[in-house]
Design a protein around this ligand. Sequence first.
Ligand code: GLU
Length: 379
Amino acid sequence: MSSMQGSAVLRDARRIVVKVGSSLVTNEGRGLDEKAIGEWCRQLALLVRDGREVVMVSSGAIAEGMKRLGWRVRPHEIHELQAAAAVGQMGLAQVYESKLRENGMGSAQVLLTHADLADRERYLNARSTLMTLLALGVVPVINENDTVVTDEIKFGDNDTLGALVANLVEADALVILTDQKGLYTADPRKDPEARFVDEAAAGDPALEAMAGGAGSSIGRGGMITKILAAKRAAGSGASTVIAWGREPDALLRLTRGESIGTLLVAQTAKHQARKRWMADHLQLRGAVSVDAGAAVKLRTEGKSLLPIGMTAIEGEFSRGDVIAIRDERGVELGRGLANYSSVEARMLCRKPSSEFERLLGYVAEPEMVHRDNMVLMYS
Ligand code: GLU
């Protein structure tokens, strides 16, 4: 792929996930680097004003917590690391909140785990919350919920979480800011032949061999977790850039089409990736039949499935399960993730969304299956 195409990836990206690692956020462990965080927040605000949506995934809770607790050496006991994360997260959230506010932006703290995103119901819940925050123009600031899980403490320093979030919000791009300029073919400190990689295909197995070395002592992620994160992000069609976090205006320049760092290009388009994901990962739990009007809306108008268009519900399913959508003759139109369980769906059948609250006592979403979580048979 030529670098012309490559530079267009970030320029055209509408929804971007930015991940920053501990050593950058905490200035190599010397406490939160407010100036650096302020710089990223300034750029994020400009990107939002430019009509883009941005999500920040930031580590640094453990490093900041260690500083606040007066610990010079990273403890080995996981529960101590978790305690440090809980202490440090207070400071982390505070700095992001004030820096985003200084730049006229609202912010929201979201703590997630890998398991949350593997569970379909929690996945839908997290997705709805993040999509709502983005629609409100608020910048979500995400970290792992280190109190309840330890995936990113053990390895990754949130690289994997960044990719999972890119999958979750179906981002166009994941930008991993780190303390290196990007990816080299070998360790440049040891091998004079090492060359910088400007661009490669995400998921290319040769990349994993290049990135063998370990990370810095402050964060947990080396290059390898970044390469694997890029592969995972590409699974939902997001390309990844690995760039130096102190590069002036890195985010603004990337979105102007400048080539900075290493670009790992997703090989599958977003809608194709979503189809494959639905086909690969999900087992059918039930079905809904829809009337002729709803069938037309789905087939030709690109709309979501609303309960008012449903005529019958088959099977027992929960929120987040995959269901088939059939037309009046029983022909499968498509499949998607149910926002309501089969029990709720039977109550909502043929009903307008204005009645949901009276019928259920709450409203999750107006759609039975949102368009973004749906794959049509012949699209
Ligand atoms: N989620 C952790 C943090 O923000 C990961 C970083 C680490 O393991 O040092 O501190």
